[in-house]
Write a protein that binds this ligand. Structure first.
Ligand code: ADP
Ligand code: MG
Length: 243
């Protein structure tokens, strides 16, 4: 029996800006249903990697496949909106002129009754059932973050890309929102690539950690293994601020 292909596979991705290589022959696999954290210090190329996978930046070399089907090489390119990839960034980027319900419904197609039910279910699930007709500016940062999660999940993407989605939140809220977000993602059975520069966040949320440095992945594995057997002295130092 052949094994199922990875949900997402990036092979030999390379990106240069003005002759400087910022993502360097990077290969990465994400198994279905797993939360993989791309973890590394600021400036190591995490966001650039995510943008290539999302399709908003074009790589200089390498390929990207979803469920074994090629979505992008340096010639062929499935447009971002047809990749079945959900996006969530640090600034939640809700549409300010649309209600909460309309924000969540934005990427949905299909019958009206199904769209309405999907929006209702997700708002209920993220604890915002009473906010359908509110506007983003009427919500707290944590509430806006939950609307952004509902909006990104609404079309049932096969993969969610999350770029430091919790870093704009108040420290006191962050752990709770991380846990709630993880529970919703697991329930929706979405595969996740979560970018973070915080080892603690990766340890808390990941099934699998890809440790990145200088545009490359230097180690990938289960959080326990990465934490207990860091690949080198720099990785030890990077993990040493967890308390
Ligand atoms: P991270 O998300 O890990 O902090 P980034 O992917 O944002 O890192 O950036 C990696 C490197 O690429 C940085 O040195 C950054 O300055 C550079 N970079 C990112 N985007 C651009 C761009 N559009 N033009 C030029 N340099 C860029
Ligand atoms: Mg970044």
């Amino acid at each position: 029996m052949s094994e199922a292909p990875p949900r997402l596979e990036a092979r030999n991705l390379t990106k240069r800006f003005a002759g400087k290589t910022v993502v360097d022959d990077l290969s990465l696999r994400i198994a279905p249903g797993q939360v993989t954290c791309l973890l590394g210090p600021s400036g190591c190329g995490k966001s650039t990697t995510l943008r290539m996978i999302a399709g908003v930046d074009m790589q200089d070399a390498g390929t990207i496949s979803v469920d074994g089907a090629l979505i992008c090489d340096t010639v062929y390119r499935v447009p971002p909106e047809r990749r079945s990839i959900g996006l969530m960034f640090q600034d939640f980027a809700l549409f300010p002129h649309l209600s909460v319900g309309a924000n969540v419904a934005f990427g949905l197609s299909g019958a009206k009754s199904e769209r309405t039910e999907r929006v209702r279910h997700l708002l209920d699930r993220v604890g915002l059932a009473g906010y359908h007709d509110s506007y983003p500016h009427e919500l707290s940062g944590g509430e806006q973050q939950r609307v952004a999660l509902a909006r990104a999940l609404a079309p049932r993407p096969r993969i969610m890309l999350m770029d430091e989605p919790f870093s704009g939140l108040d420290n006191r809220l962050r752990d709770g929102i991380r846990d709630e977000t993880l529970a919703v993602l697991k329930e929706e059975d979405t595969s996740v690539l979560l970018v973070t520069h915080e080892p603690e966040e990766a340890m808390r949320m990941a099934d699998d950690i890809a440790l990145m440095r200088g545009g490359r992945i230097v180690q990938q594995g289960a959080p326990y293994n990465i934490y207990n057997a860091p690949v080198d002295k720099e990785a030890v130092a990077f993990f040493s601020d967890i308390n």
